[in-house]
Design a protein. Structure first.
Lengths: 555, 371
């Protein structure tokens, strides 16, 4: 002890301090252990943890709105959603250019589907409006092409817009495209915007860049000869509504200045169209403030909306509120799922305990035969077993037929044993029974029979001997079986779907519906996250009350 | 001489193929997705068997995933690995896939075969080209079958959609699909709403409540099904008196299995089933998929499928070619949902309406069911 203070640190055989040497040996051991489990860890991470985490992440993800309509959602922030009126012209103008781009990239229908989960009707609103935006752009394209025929040609446009400059605008527009459709618009566009024209005609330069990026990188066409979108003409028309711009154009002397000046000389032929009216013509729902409220509420990149939906609430203009009563379903389903899982666990204990006891106490040969009877259904396909229950339980099924034949039940009043909660409990108890019996059996196997005999020889009755001596020792088995059965049954969905009818279905049936049918993966993820959280909380409670150390899966 | 014949035959084949796509090497393996069962069998007999016989070396793999096709295609698209080449889906799903950018847009005149008399594919399919991505194959209907031996004595067999809601005249259980689509239309129709107003009424809160209130009158006597095979089974076991399902399932139960079931065609709802080609296939697989679809949706092929299953071909020009059932030898025309005798009162699934209202009305419907 005193060595360390008097003659420096204790040294190992090779002269290094013992502490360092030990740490090194331990580290090597740890690394070796880690290397041994690394393949499994990696496998679990890649195939289980990461996919589940990304799936759960969808419950808050909401970039689609601001990525598809970046400028409209930005302009919308200034709109007062309690005004009861649709937003002003500048929002509609931004919407036109955003939606035009989105429609070309066929992203607008995705957004329509997304928003339709919150506001009925947006799906077709976006679909039909996207289809007809060209007509709005043609309001400008036609007169511009009449006034300056040279502007009909893509070559003219390319020569007019090209020049020297920093190309900042093009890069900014490219970033917006990549927000909408990730990783699609990388590469050389083949266009250097003239700084002069970009400063003079900002909207036109932006719209032309949008078109050029899409045409060159997505459609892979030669932008120097292709004609631009109708939206570019609309942008030019809008730019020229500004008198200062008109003056600048008249003083301009770059390529094709004469064509632009032809247009400025004939501004009376340009439409005085307002986008607000144009959109109202496409679909009057665009003037519905509720549509805009939905867009504004869901414009942030992350949303609590899915979680609110998952607990029968919704995002209103004044924050979270309950959904109308005739749409509330999820809380009912959560409670039902938990309650029925408890009932199933309880009936598994009642049925499984005696069977496990028999298995543990019969002579080995008989016990093995019984064991096979327990395992046989375990090895049979879940669907087969559930369908078999259908045949047994239905009103014209085996059980009812026997009861009627025996006279216990009147032919006209056959028991309704399935397509309700009863059916789910019966079928699932049977299906999950082995998960209760097996841990119970392995725990009971370890209880020495001599304990019971000792209790009895000390004067206990059969009941006291069982209840005071045997049962407490089998509790860890009950605990293990209950956790298995309860957690498995919470996530079940095939059996409830087949025999559950309407009041025997679980929350997982709705999750399956949203995953495979309605494609509302965000809501499905939120429901799944809540279910996972509930299970973890219950597990924690169980640990606090019973203690997880008291769970045994075997000797 | 013989050699030139073969050569010219090959060049004719090449020509038809050339119509469907410009050029390029075609992949030899093709994964088709369908529904399984008798329907998929009819597609094998009518489409893929002749196709593989014509194209040496082409192998077809079937995947019975059409019921989850939309979700799976979305997952494949996100993973960037599309393993399917041609997918059989109902029109509503095709519209969804098209909206989501998961299905390829199709130009019917360019990419599908014209009718034998030269009518363009677009005119031949007519209104059935729902959305921009859908290639129609068959018209099927959701209609009712009833137990002929359970009709009460002295009452005529049900022949009106409202008989489903009439528990007094026709007691017994009913089987209805566990979703609002079709059920709410029928309910409104039997609650005094005129056929042409049904969707206008359904678009309102009150209309939706009215439909659910009407369904409420029979709620206790309904078994809700979610798989097309449920109703034929429930009818066969005598669990229900009357139930809705796809007409082909009822045809199989009646004609092939000889069950005592009768058809009630009143207010049957037409729906379409067809192909889509996933977006983002590599060029050689896309060429093969287009070539196959060009072949499999021509006039003769669609008519051939009706030999195996009682669904109507989607082309106008195929109707006159519908013949007899391949094994039963019965005339198929009268079992088609489109037969004039059966199609006196029909609905066409309203795709646009349900694309908008599906989530909303489904939420209310499920909440109502759970009450």
């Amino acid at each position: 002890m005193s060595d360390t203070t008097s003659s420096g640190p204790m040294l190992a055989a090779d002269g290094t301090p013992l502490k360092t040497s030990l740490a090194r040996a331990l580290r090597r051991q740890k690394i070796r252990a880690l290397a041994l489990i690394a393949p499994l860890l990696l496998f679990v991470m890649i195939t289980f943890i990461i996919p589940i985490a990304t799936m759960l992440f969808r419950s808050v993800e909401n970039q689609i709105v601001s990525a598809t309509l970046p400028e409209a959602t930005a302009a919308l922030q200034a709109w007062d959603q309690t005004s009861g009126e649709a937003p002003s012209e500048d929002v509609f103008q931004a919407l036109f250019f955003d939606l035009f781009k989105a429609a070309e990239a066929k992203e607008h229908t995705k957004l329509g589907t997304r928003l339709n989960y919150e506001q009925t009707g947006t799906s077709s609103l976006f679909r039909t409006s996207g289809r007809n935006l060209d007509d709005v752009g043609e309001e400008w394209q036609d007169p511009i092409e009449d006034i300056a025929p040279a502007l009909e040609d893509g070559e003219t446009w390319y020569a007019m817009m090209s020049g020297t400059g920093s190309n900042d605008l093009l890069e900014a527009r490219r970033a917006l495209w990549n927000d909408m459709v990730p990783d699609t618009f990388n590469g050389d566009v083949g266009l250097t915007l003239s700084d002069e024209i970009a400063g003079m005609l900002p909207l036109t330069a932006a719209a032309y860049s949008d078109w050029a990026i899409f045409e060159a990188l997505e459609e892979e066409r030669d932008i120097s000869t292709r004609d631009p979108w109708e939206a570019v003409y609309a942008a030019l028309g809008l730019d020229l509504r500004n008198p200062e711009t008109v003056a600048a154009v008249n003083a301009y002397s770059g390529p094709h200045a004469e064509d632009l000046q032809l247009v400025t000389a004939n501004l009376d032929q340009m439409p005085d169209l307002m986008f607000r009216d144009a959109f109202a013509d496409l679909d009057e729902d665009w003037l519905d403030p509720e549509v805009w409220q939905t867009i504004k509420i869901y414009s942030p990149d992350y949303t609590s909306g899915y979680f609110l939906n998952a607990i029968d609430m919704e995002k209103g203009p004044d924050g979270a509120q309950m959904r109308p009563e005739n749409q509330q379903i999820y809380i009912t389903l959560f409670i039902r799922t938990l309650w029925m899982s408890l009932v199933i666990t309880g009936s598994c204990i009642l049925l499984g305990y005696p069977v496990a006891w028999l298995l543990a106490n019969l002579p080995l040969r008989t016990a093995n035969v019984l064991m096979i009877l327990v395992l046989l259904p375990f090895w049979t396909s879940l669907l087969v077993r559930t369908s078999a229950w259908k045949v047994l339980l239905q009103q014209q099924g085996v059980i009812n037929e026997i009861l009627v034949w025996l006279g216990f039940v009147d032919d006209a009043n056959r028991l309704i044993l399935m397509n309700n909660a009863t059916g789910t409990v019966i079928a699932m108890t049977h299906i999950l029974l082995p998960f209760m019996i097996l841990p119970l059996y392995s725990v009971m196997k370890t209880i020495p029979p001599s304990y019971l005999r000792a209790a009895k020889s000390l004067g206990a009755t059969n009941w006291t001997a069982f209840w005071r001596v045997y049962f407490p020792q089998s509790v860890p088995g009950i605990g293990a079986g209950s956790i298995l059965v309860f957690i498995l049954s919470i996530g079940y969905y095939i059996t409830p779907e087949i025999v559950g009818g309407t009041d025997g279905v679980f929350i997982s049936n709705r999750i399956a519906y949203h995953i495979s049918s309605s494609l509302n993966w965000g809501l499905a993820a939120a429901l799944g996250t809540i279910l996972l959280a509930v299970v973890l909380v219950l597990y924690w409670l169980y640990d606090r009350i019973v203690g997880i150390d008291n769970v045994k899966l075997g000797g | 001489m013989k050699k030139t014949k073969i050569v010219s035959a090959v060049s004719v084949l090449g020509l038809t193929a050339g119509l469907a796509h410009a050029d390029g090497h075609m992949a030899n393996d093709m994964t088709l997705v369908s529904w399984g069962g008798a329907y998929q069998q009819s597609q094998i007999s009518a489409y893929t068997d002749p196709y593989t016989a014509m194209n040496d070396g082409v192998t077809v793999t079937w995947d019975e995933s059409s019921a989850e096709a939309v979700a799976k295609l979305r997952a494949m698209n996100e993973a960037g690995n599309i393993t399917w080449d041609v997918v059989d889906v109902v029109a509503a799903d095709a519209l969804r896939l098209c909206d989501e950018g998961l299905a390829m847009e199709i130009d019917a005149d360019e990419q599908l075969a014209p009718a034998p008399d030269g009518t363009s594919a677009e005119d031949d399919f007519g209104d059935l080209l729902v959305g921009d991505c859908f290639i129609p194959q068959i018209v099927y209907s959701t209609t009712f079958g009833y137990r002929t031996d359970m009709v009460p004595e002295g009452v005529e067999a049900p022949n009106d959609i409202c008989d489903v809601f009439d528990l007094e005249t026709y007691p017994g259980m009913r089987a209805l699909e566990k979703r609002p689509i079709n059920n709410v239309e029928w309910a409104l129709l039997c609650d005094g709403v005129a056929k042409e107003d049904v969707y206008d009424v359904l678009a309102t809160e009150e209309g939706q409540e009215q439909a659910l209130a009407k369904l409420d009158t029979i709620k206790d006597s309904v078994i809700w099904w979610s798989a097309g095979a449920d109703t034929p089974q429930l009818l066969a076991d005598g669990e229900v008196f009357i139930g809705s399902t796809y007409n082909g399932r009822l045809f199989a139960a009646i004609e092939e299995q000889g069950q005592p079931i009768g058809m009630m065609w009143d207010a049957q709802v037409f729906d379409l089933d067809g192909w889509i080609i996933p977006e983002g296939l590599p060029e050689d697989r896309l060429a093969r998929a287009l070539d196959f679809v060009y072949f499999a949706t021509d006039t003769q092929r669609l008519a051939d499928q009706a030999k195996y299953i009682s669904y109507g071909p989607a082309r106008l020009s195929s109707a006159p070619l519908v013949g007899q059932h391949a094994t039963l030898g019965i005339d198929m025309a009268q079992h088609m949902p489109t037969d004039p005798e059966n199609a006196k009162n029909t609905f066409l699934y309203n795709y646009e309406f349900w694309a908008d209202y599906r989530d909303d009305i489904d939420a209310k419907f499920q909440a109502w069911l759970a009450q």
